[in-house]
Design a protein around this ligand. Sequence first.
Ligand SMILES: Nc1ncnc2c1ncn2[C@@H]1O[C@H](COP(=O)(O)OP(=O)(O)OP(=O)(O)O)[C@@H](O)[C@H]1O
Length: 258
Amino acid sequence: MNSSETTAVLSASHLQLVRQHKTVLNDISLNLKAGQIITLIGPNGCGKSTLIKVLLGLEKPDSGTVTRRTGLRIGYMPQRLSLDQRMPLTVTGFLQLARGASHERIGHWLDRLSIRALAQQSVHDLSGGEWQRVLLARALLIKPDLLVLDEPVQGVDVQGQLELYRLIPQLRDELGCAVLMVSHDLHLVMAATDEVICLNGHICCSGHPDTVSLDPAYIQLFGARQQQAPIAHYTHHHDHQHCADGHVEHRAPGKDIL
Ligand SMILES: Nc1ncnc2c1ncn2[C@@H]1O[C@H](COP(=O)(O)OP(=O)(O)OP(=O)(O)O)[C@@H](O)[C@H]1O
């Protein structure tokens, strides 16, 4: 066994999966080490969610192996989660259903993710961005060794996406966990990831985000537009926080909020 395998929390070897005559995953191998952040990127339908499900053991590959460290605690934020609209459920009630939920831990993550004001709100009335934060809190309640985020910024505006991607390495440092996430935009996740795997059924290219963005396989897949310099995002120096209940709270300069 080599050293990368000994420190891996999760590894996959030669995964193959065919559904209805379509090769969804073709010879996928990867290693995720403790404390590492890996991002899967690729166009719609390239197999990202399927790969996540196979790595989590939710779907069986036709061949190949997945090895998860014994006793690994996984916090999973799925791409979609449909709830019965007829069932009345507050954010706190929803979080209480999660494994590892306790009053203290729920309170901790409501504060840490700046969603305390939503605690008693119905989950059916949340905005897309609020729902994403609640799902993230749910994934964090288990104190994960591995945090799996399938498109965590869906329904979040660009500023919110930047804030969320800034938060992910902070959460990794706080929990000491590994992170595996799915994203569509390499430039938005660049600063938040150690390694990028560019997927299109098979692994087209992988490595540090700077290297991947210049890789001919990446450029061929995403075109020249994505290869250009990162979009110049407007940076708004905000000296206050808009709480979910609508009131404005002033905060110390330089203190990040979600
Ligand atoms: N059970 C199945 N039967 C048939 N086709 C399937 C099945 N599961 C996945 N697929 C197909 O496999 C491909 C990969 O799907 P997957 O959801 O993994 O893509 P994705 O990269 O996550 O896409 P997106 O970015 O749109 O979320 C798609 O073409 C999908 O239709």
